[in-house]
Design a protein around this ligand. Structure first.
Ligand code: MG
Length: 334
């Protein structure tokens, strides 16, 4: 808790400092009450190693990732518009991520209708609430099913290409496969299909070794298409300063990063890493989504077993990881 308080203090210090630098007045900007977050910031665009809004201002957003969407895995019970509304209302989330399982049992290849409908539920809810939303092809082997990914993202681009809310994440976590020989050709096929329908929304591409090898993407970035960012994932128990150093080097090399998934182990022994990571994200303007909206008995679930699947959670419904994530998301400067 002490560590978290120091994070908040640091964030507040940074906010105040940046306000002083950016504005003569410390008064926050005001917007009409009916302006949503996405109306305010519009289409997200990669500009160098930053993601900027419609006014070319670097932005970073904080929110939640849903769990695998697969039938009967448990996490699919939370794919409800009420949950999106609750995360916006109570957690002040500005982004959510629909993580559509693909190859594993109960995933898209088994049941494309149920899984796709879960994604649509979340995306429609995010659009209604004025939030950003990631459509994630939640796969570890996407190159094995390129045609299916192409069809899915064509459908999503048809449905949602006009909405500034939507971000396409075409490959969650590649395993130990070649960036240049395997992932990049897959990405080329899927991006080409999306861009033939939707010329402009942000696309995020996973990187080798569970989206940790952003250095490999930085060494051979995708140059045939614009508005492409690269995925970085971290879990504080495994990934510490060495990964931040690698990610900082990738930023220095000129690519933009997006943390579509991260996990803490709550307020236990390594939560100082969550603090370190969030400070790094803030300083580098990197958006992040916390894994995961679920009540499964594992360290990264935000909810204790049996919590409501429709939001309305009180503190006792949250795990330590959930409480930590909520404090970070709720206090994240927009
Ligand atoms: Mg578009």
């Amino acid at each position: 808790m002490k560590t978290f308080k120091s994070l908040i203090f640091l964030l507040l210090t940074l906010i105040i400092t940046s306000c002083v630098q950016d504005n003569d007045s410390r008064d926050p900007p005001t917007f009409p009450e009916d302006t949503t977050l996405v109306q305010k910031h519009g289409l997200l665009q990669v500009n160098g190693n930053r993601i900027v809004d419609k006014d070319n201002e670097p932005v970073c957003f904080a929110g939640n990732s849903f769990f695998w969407s697969n039938d009967n895995w448990g996490g699919e019970r939370f794919y409800k518009s009420e949950v999106v509304s609750w995360l916006k209302l109570d957690w002040k989330a500005t982004i959510v991520r629909a993580a559509m399982g693909v190859e594993d049992p109960g995933g898209y290849l088994d049941n494309n209708v149920s899984n796709k409908n879960r994604v649509i539920t979340i995306v429609d809810a995010a659009i209604d609430e004025g939030l950003y939303v990631i459509i994630d092809w939640h796969s570890h082997h996407a190159e094995d099913n390129t045609n299916e990914a192409v069809s899915f993202f064509e459908e999503m681009a048809d449905l949602y290409g006009e909405y500034d809310n939507v971000i396409y994440e075409i490959y969650n976590e590649p395993l130990d496969v070649s960036w240049s020989a395997t992932i990049k050709p897959y990405a080329d096929s899927v991006i080409s299909a999306i861009r033939s329908i939707d010329p402009d929304n942000l696309i995020v591409v996973g990187t080798p070794e569970w989206s940790q090898r952003v250095d490999l993407a930085a060494a051979d970035p995708i140059t045939n298409y614009s508005n492409i960012a690269y995925t970085l994932h971290f879990y504080t128990i495994y990934h510490q300063q060495w990964l931040r150093d690698r990610a900082s080097a990738a930023l220095d090399d000129g690519i933009a990063l997006f943390i579509t998934e991260w996990g803490s182990i709550g307020y236990s022994q390594v939560d100082s890493e969550a603090n370190e990571w969030m400070t790094w994200c803030f300083e580098n303007k990197i958006s992040h989504c916390n894994w995961a909206v679920n009540d499964k008995e594992e360290e990264w679930s935000i909810l204790v077993p049996g919590a409501s699947t429709s939001g309305g959670w009180v503190d006792d419904d949250l795990t330590d990881a959930g409480k930590l994530a909520k404090n970070i998301i709720k206090n994240w400067p927009e």
